[in-house]
Structure formats: structure tokens, C-alpha cells
Design a protein around this ligand. Structure first.
Ligand code: ADP
Ligand code: MG
Ligand code: ZN
Length: 619
């Protein structure tokens, strides 16, 4: 692509926009120096020159006082010197009158003339004052200004928007983040460490002829620390960090996106080695489709520009491009070709250990009670992302402040788990006594069914304090460890537990309410997955009837079977949920006394712990 190569060169030779203030500064200083010189010189010169009349000059000549004279025909004047005592010399000047005898007079008086007369005692000093000193001043101030600019780039508010296209390119001289700030994510860090090493010593790689990938793609669900990891790479390698979000590229005017890409890469080239980070790359990197109807020219142009820039720049220079996305399957295959984002680094949701580590990282910045059990909090937050865990710690700190405490306690953390994961507590929501009763039985129904089955996660908390998420009650079950596999029996138990709430309502009140909507949804989802994805039904065996199309962002599924089969799946799902519902009803009938006792207790207390629940159940 010759066009590209030329453009790159041209760009590189151009004056950088961010250098403009410096250039202007030098220009102003130079001007000031010239003005100072112009003002200073006549002053210095005239200080000692006394103007005299021509006749006086002739008199002085005849008296033999004059030893030198300079005839300035342009200025139409004669400047002459009269030696005084010692080294002193007095300077005089007089107008040139066109006296024809001037030469004769000068010769007669034995005056050296038509020679330049030193106007000052020390030519060296004058030179220093008029040239060297201002130059020193300029460079000194320039240096200070450079330092100030550098400080501004790497300081507290490093976000600077510059460039001709007006793109919001965030440049940080130092991100200040290191791998120590990223808890867990060991595999991702391992993969990125090589890039850090390359940025440290590119010669070592160039010597052997090894080419590091130009780009790496961080793939994972939102909030798992992809941005954080990219910053940490820059921080570890002590190189500048340029970042831009894919959505920033999407502009109103066609061609702006492409200009932004060009801007970004030109700046990065200037500052190499450095990291360029493109967040949400899927917004520009979506698959291009041939159909012209929807034709998003702008996005396509931007993507094309990105692709050609990636091909155009020299990987040996040490510009590493990182990008992040949570929908890798929607990316244009051209982006993933060798030489572009050919390295894919998965950044997954943290596991139990990872969650504990993340909590601890964020707890460092907060004053905590001694002996906080982070493990317990980690266990209660299965499926939470790093961002959510960071939020939990912050919510806990906020709660401690609200309560007027100086330290964050276990209680604050546990409370904020619910705040973040299940919505804020809504203490002032008004429920009628009857409604509260229904909710209490419903929640105890869940808990009892769970407790009366083997292989169910233990109940850790039951509450009928409403959340802003809309839930009127909440039964929290927490697994002892991390679960990666679930058996068919466990899934069936889970469905039965989900139906337990509704079952209790039926049993006690003889009628049903809308309160079970969420339970119904979840139970159906599980039952359907058992049939269509996990191969847990007798009639379909190990046949995939549904496939996951988007692994992240909720895991949407698409049916992969005939309509006939689909209706048979529905039958199987209904049967499975019905069976679980029956089982729950029977369990609750057998434990009707406990159900009443526990529900009354919950109604009184509003929130009970798992231990209280188990103790009452046991006696
Ligand atoms: P993403 O870019 O994947 O959506 P971010 O990098 O923006 O996620 O993460 C958001 C915040 O969540 C981070 O600033 C950090 O406070 C926290 N966080 C996420 N993952 C981690 C982790 N592994 N360790 C520590 N903090 C994390
Ligand atoms: Mg991000
Ligand atoms: Zn329920």
C-alpha cells in the first residue's frame, strides 16, 4: 500500500500539535530579546556620547585633545574620542557639515580616523549581556516549561484531549498501575508479561529476529479488569498509555472516525515505545457485511483505517496495541488475522480465590477491622465481577461512615454484598401485614425445601426486607466452595427449591400470588437447559438442541432443532418443573409445623441468619 507508507512519513515529519506552545514560547522569547537589544544598545552607547558643535570639535582638534575619530557618512556625524585621566576616554559626536578641510584638520592634529571606535570599555561584557544572557534565560525558561508540561501529562488529571480531529485520546505518561493492582487473573498477567518484557528491551527481541504480536485482544465480561490490565502493562513497562474508546470513533460526520484513528497512531508513533488501548473495539470492529442496505460507511471507513494503520506501522518500534471487547464473536475476522489482534487473552470472572484476592486489594485502601473474613464474603459473591467486588468494598466503607464508625466491619461487607448484588434495602417500603405474612411463608418455603434435600447449598440468610430490585424477600444460599460442575440431582433439587416458595403459599393460604414470577423464570431456564443443553433427559439423550451464541453478556441461546422437537422439549420442561413442584409440596406438608414456626419467627425478626434457621430446624 504505497499511499499509506507515504502518508506515514509525511505525518512523522509534521510538527506535532502538542509542541505548538513550546514553539510559540521560543518565538516570543526571541522577539523579546531583539527588542531588549534594540532598546539597550543606543542607551548603552549614548550614555557616554556627548554632542558638541562643529566649531567646538575644531577647537578640540586644534588643542590636540582628540586622539581618534570615526566619520559616519550615513549618519552624517563624526564620533570622536578624547582621552582623559588614566584609561578614561570621553566620547563626543558632532554633525558632519561637509567641511572640505576636515581631512587636513584631522591629519594636522595627528588623529587616527575612519576607524571604528570601541563604544564600551569591555566588549566581552557587552556581548555577554546582549546575547548570552538572554539565550540562557530562554533555554532556562523553556526547560522549566517542558518540565511543567511533562508534569501535567503525568499528574493527577492526565486526561488530555488533543489532535487535529478533536478525538478524545487519553494520554497518560505513567498510568501508575501495576500487576499488583490486578488481583487474580494470573493467566492473563502471564500472557501480558511478555509484552512488558518486550517494551522493556525491544533490542533483545529484534536481535533474534523475533516479532512480537502487534496487538492483543483482551476478551471477557464487563468489569473483569480488562482496562485495568492494559493500564498495568503500561505501568509495568513504564511507557505512555494512549487510550480511546470504540464508541468515541463513531462520529456524526463521515470521515472523522478514520481521522481519529490516524491521529491516534501518529501520536503513538511519536511516543514509541508505548501502549495504545482501544476499549470496546466491537463498536467499530463489527463484522462488515456485504449488504448495502444498512451500509454503515462511517464505521467501515474507521475499521479500514484501523486495519491499514495496524499493517502500516513498524512493530519493532515498540508500539503495542491492546484492545478489549466482551463480544469477540462479533468482531470482523480481518481484525483477528495474523499481524493484527492475533493474540487473544481471556479475562474471566474471578473464582473464589480470585474474588477473595480482589476484595483484599480494594480493602487495602480502606480502614478495616482486624480479622475480617474475606473468604466468607467471597463465597457469598459467586459470579460477581471485579468491578462489583470493588463496589462492595466501597459500599461497606460508605455504610461504616453512615453508621458513624471509623472502621469497616464484617457486617458492613455482608450488608453491602446484598446492596450491590440484590439491590438496596428499602426499609420504608410499606407492606401490609398480610403481604408480609405471605412473603415470610414464601421465603421459608424456599429455605425449608433446600434444607430438607441433600446436596443443596446451605441457607445463609433469609430476609423479608424488600430490596429496590423489586424482590420482597430473599433467601440466600451459599455454596461451601466454588462450583464448576452440577449433577442432575443437584439441578433437580435447585428447581424444587425454586418452587418451594410458591408451594408454601399454596399450602398455607390456598391461593397463589404474583410473587413467584422470578422463581418461575429461573426454574424454567434450568429445566430447559437440562433438557436442551446438558443432555439430562431420557428422551433426547446427548443431543444439543440449543446452542449458546453469546458466551458473555448473559449467554443467549438459539434453538437448533425442528419445531416438532421444540414442542417435545417444552413438554419435557413442563414435566420436570411439575415433578419438582410436587416434591416441594410434599416436603413442606411433611414439615408443616416447622414451616409455621419458622415463618412466624421470620415475620417477627424480618431477617434471620442461616445458623438461626438451622438451629430452629434441628430442635
Ligand atoms: P473492564 O474494562 O473489564 O470492563 P475495568 O478494568 O474497567 O473492567 O474494571 C473496573 C474496576 O473493577 C477496576 O477499576 C477495578 O477497581 C476493579 N477490578 C476489576 N477487576 C479487578 C481485579 N482483577 N483486581 C482488582 N480490581 C479489579
Ligand atoms: Mg473497560
Ligand atoms: Zn421466591
Amino acid at each position: 500500500m504505497p499511499r499509506l507508507g507515504r502518508e506515514c512519513n509525511m505525518d512523522r515529519n509534521e510538527k506535532m500539535p502538542q509542541k505548538k506552545p513550546v514553539i510559540a514560547f521560543y518565538a516570543i522569547m526571541l522577539l523579546a530579546m531583539l527588542l531588549a537589544n534594540a532598546a539597550l544598545f543606543p542607551y548603552l552607547a549614548s550614555r557616554q556620547v556627548v554632542e558638541v558643535g562643529y566649531s567646538e570639535f575644531v577647537q578640540m582638534l586644534e588643542d590636540g585633545k582628540v586622539d581618534r575619530a570615526e566619520i559616519d557618512t550615513d549618519g552624517r556625524q563624526i564620533v570622536f574620542s578624547v582621552p582623559g585621566e588614566g584609561d578614561e576616554v570621553a566620547l563626543y559626536k558632532t554633525g558632519l557639515t561637509g567641511d572640505p578641510q576636515l581631512n587636513e584638520r584631522l591629519l594636522a592634529a595627528g588623529v587616527e580616523y575612519a576607524q571604528p571606535i570601541p563604544q564600551q570599555n569591555s566588549p566581552l561584557l557587552s556581548f555577554l549581556i546582549s546575547w548570552i544572557f538572554p539565550l540562557l534565560l530562554i533555554f532556562g525558561l523553556g526547560w522549566l516549561m517542558n518540565r511543567w508540561l511533562a508534569k501535567k501529562m503525568g499528574g493527577m488529571n492526565p486526561a488530555m484531549s488533543f489532535g487535529k480531529s478533536g478525538a478524545k485520546i487519553y494520554a497518560e505518561a505513567e498510568t501508575g498501575k501495576t500487576f499488583a493492582d490486578v488481583a487474580g487473573q494470573e493467566e492473563a498477567k502471564e500472557a501480558l508479561r511478555e509484552i512488558v518484557d518486550f517494551l522493556h528491551a525491544p533490542e533483545r527481541y529484534n536481535e533474534i529476529g523475533a516479532k512480537l504480536p502487534k496487538g492483543a485482544l483482551l476478551v471477557g465480561p464487563p468489569g473483569t479488569g480488562k482496562t485495568l490490565l492494559a493500564k498495568a502493562v503500561a505501568g509495568e513497562a513504564h511507557v505512555p498509555f494512549f487510550s480511546i474508546s470504540g464508541s468515541e470513533f463513531v462520529e456524526m460526520f463521515v470521515g472523522m472516525g478514520a481521522a481519529k484513528v490516524r491521529d491516534l497512531f501518529r501520536q503513538a508513533n511519536e511516543k514509541a515505545p508505548c501502549i495504545v488501548f482501544i476499549d470496546e473495539i466491537d463498536t467499530i470492529g463489527k463484522k462488515r457485511d456485504g449488504a448495502g442496505m444498512t451500509g454503515n460507511d462511517e464505521r467501515e471507513q474507521t475499521l479500514n483505517q484501523l486495519l491499514s494503520e495496524m499493517d502500516g506501522f513498524d512493530g519493532q518500534k515498540g508500539v503495542v496495541i491492546l484492545a478489549a471487547t466482551n463480544r469477540p464473536e462479533s468482531l470482523d475476522p480481518a481484525l483477528l488475522r495474523p499481524g493484527r489482534f492475533d493474540r487473544r487473552i481471556p479475562v474471566e470472572l474471578p473464582d473464589l480465590q480470585g474474588r477473595e484476592a480482589i476484595l483484599k486489594v480494594h480493602a487495602r485502601a480502606v480502614h478495616m477491622d482486624d480479622g475480617i473474613d474475606f473468604g466468607a464474603v467471597a463465597r457469598a459473591t459467586s459470579g460477581a465481577s471485579g468491578a462489583e467486588l470493588a463496589n462492595i468494598v466501597n459500599e461497606a466503607a460508605l455504610r461504616a461512615v453512615r453508621m458513624g464508625r471509623k472502621l469497616v466491619g464484617q457486617n458492613d461487607l455482608e450488608e453491602s454484598v446484598e446492596t450491590v448484588i440484590a439491590g438496596y434495602q428499602r426499609k420504608n417500603a410499606v407492606l401490609s401485614q398480610h403481604e408480609k405474612e405471605i412473603v415470610a411463608y414464601h421465603e421459608i418455603g424456599h429455605a425449608l425445601v433446600a434444607a430438607r434435600q441433600t446436596n443443596s447449598a446451605p441457607v445463609t440468610k433469609i430476609t423479608i426486607v424488600p430490596r429496590t430490585s423489586g424482590a420482597l424477600g430473599y433467601t440466600m444460599q451459599v455454596d461451601e466452595g466454588e462450583r464448576h460442575l452440577m449433577s442432575k440431582e443437584e439441578l433437580e433439587n435447585k428447581i424444587a427449591t425454586l418452587t418451594g416458595g410458591r408451594a408454601a403459599e399454596e399450602l398455607i393460604f390456598g391461593s397463589v400470588t404474583t410473587g413467584a414470577a422470578n422463581d418461575i423464570e429461573q426454574a424454567t431456564k434450568l429445566a430447559r437447559a437440562m433438557v436442551s443443553r446438558y443432555g439430562m433427559s431420557r428422551s433426547f439423550d446427548m443431543v444439543a438442541l440449543e446452542t449458546v451464541t453469546n458466551q458473555y453478556l448473559g449467554g443467549d441461546t438459539a434453538l437448533a432443532c425442528s419445531a416438532e422437537t421444540a414442542s417435545r422439549i417444552d413438554e419435557e420442561v413442563v414435566a420436570a418443573v411439575k415433578a419438582a413442584h410436587e416434591k416441594a409440596l410434599n416436603l413442606l406438608k411433611e414439615n408443616a409445623a416447622k414451616l409455621n414456626q419458622l415463618a412466624q419467627y421470620l415475620l417477627e425478626r424480618e431477617t434471620i441468619t442461616g445458623d438461626e434457621f438451622m438451629a430452629m430446624l434441628a430442635d
